[in-house]
Design a protein around this ligand. Sequence first.
Ligand code: GLC
Length: 650
Amino acid sequence: MAEYDWRPEQAEKSLIRILPEVEKTFADKLGQEPHEWHKFKNRLHSEWERLFIYLHQLYGWQYDFFHTLQRILNTLVQCWLERPAELKLLDEKREADPYWFLSEKVVGGVLYVDLFSDNLAKLDDHIPYFKKLGLNYLHLMPLFAVPKGDNDGGYAVSDYRAINPDIGTMEELFKLTAALRDQGISLVLDFVFNHTSDEHIWAQKAKSGDPDFMAYYYTFASRELPDQFQKYLRDIFPTIKKGSFTWCQEMKRWVWTTFNSFQWDLNYTNPNVFCAMAEEMLFLANQGVEVLRLDAVAFIWKRLGTNCENQPEAHTIIRAFNAVAKIVAPCLLFKSEAIVHPDEVIRYIHPDECQLSYNPLLMALLWEALATRETKLLEYSMRNRYPTPAGCTWVNFIRCHDDIGWTFDDQDARNVGIDPVGHRKFLNKFYTGDYPGSFAKGVPFQFNADTGDVRISGTFSSLAGLEDAILKQDGELIEQAVRRINLLRSIMVSIGGIPLLYIGDEWGMLNDYTYLTDPTIVNDSRWVHRSKKRWNAREDLNDQDTLEWRFFHEMVELFNLRKKLPALQNGGMEVIHTGNPHLFGYIRAFNEQKILIINNFSEAPQKMDAVHLNACGVKGDVINLMNNDVLSSGKDLVLHGHQSVWLDIS
Ligand code: GLC
């Protein structure tokens, strides 16, 4: 017999006890908007049970659990009261159309404000540029107050409620989100919730010996526990620091620092940390943020004897944040940044957890197939690993601000006859240009001398061969690089999910090696693809003879085409058998519309024969939507080198 689950009843009881108290506290304000309060209470009643259960799983054993419940409910009401009226309207709009982000109309971009427009105030002037590109999802890389000098590109946050003064102010951000919203663009920001910088007020208080704030972090008086933990941990930035603990002279204690020594991991076994971070999260939501990119999700819970990644409690914490968001700011979505094994990446994706997730596997395997000119690993992995839970989707990208790691599954590789270890070595050599005939100009990132691991930095265009081709002044090589770029773009835009453009890639940004002269970032090769001065190349977009113009316009055309095809919304994605090792194909379908997309990863022309086409449902003459060519009934399809065709087989 199933065990009696006492939790729903206790959840209800707790609400009956706490809510009247909270209502008393905020009586004045609540009386002003009874209708809105009623709607809030409906959401509270439908989400409270699961929030209670998650919090009980995490903190129920602590003597003051009831106090945690009181504190969180207080926060929910307080932050909801602070939520501007226009955002409450947006909540209603999104609640009426909760799956808006699955639409084929949604197209994303990501940028660093300082690199793109110097500051927030000037970003406003560039809204027409985003409109021209067709973006309606805009991710601004971390722009909060950070320590001077190295701050991991903004990922060491000193204050979640203050903008880096070099970039602007919170008021400007608030104004910008409204201006973006007016133009139908949703703002995405990071929620860097695994760690704060060591200059955050909490860390400062911890350093000064305040026990309440020392308990916000993992600190240790001796090496005993750190040494036990360390046995199972991997080094994320091995060239920068060995081990996951940093000695803090002020506290005379070791602090857990998974990433850089100035990024202190938050201790989520402490319910005060959860409550405080929920407040910071809701503060951001109240600035008009619609999607939060949950940074480094894998690391937020530690367990002795494990690698302290992807622990079950990490999921519970995110789900608890999700419930908090659904109550106060129901338009808010979460995007998971889990750059881990694909079996783990998928576990963060759920309507109750992260509705969106980066798709690091697709990204890595597109580069893999480009290097090998073969699609077997890409095809096998996508066939088995693409589906996401209903109401959720991938965010597909080719490049982002981070490095490329070869996160495919070893057994998947073996199943298609690839030795995973040797293959990763090959890919690293290939993309650092250290392999005969390689077209790529990548830069090694975080070489680990102990394991031999390394990851790859570099821009889309430089990795795809454009930099090498331009250096060699070889027109044919330039054309090949352009075709490679267009091929990967075509897949990013069509395979299913939100395509996310790393701004700069729309005009073919190349590597920028000036980071080598800046002592604060010289050891972080990711800056090779985070360049400033080359953004001026946007001016070349007016000159039709430039490559920049061509890249830009081809990108816009592709986005426009996507937006016209309902089959490209989050519907089905079925990987097909092409019968050719260089081709990768899939069918996208929605209602009556069906599109067969075939991509050639080789420089040479490749054929998909009529028998395979027929098996995919190609009957009669069909049109290639990319160029309106007609494929006549019963004919083989011949693709040019690196061509992508979108056949309308509805
Ligand atoms: C994420 C970010 C990366 C950063 C790390 C630590 O992985 O994408 O840039 O270094 O988190 O915050």
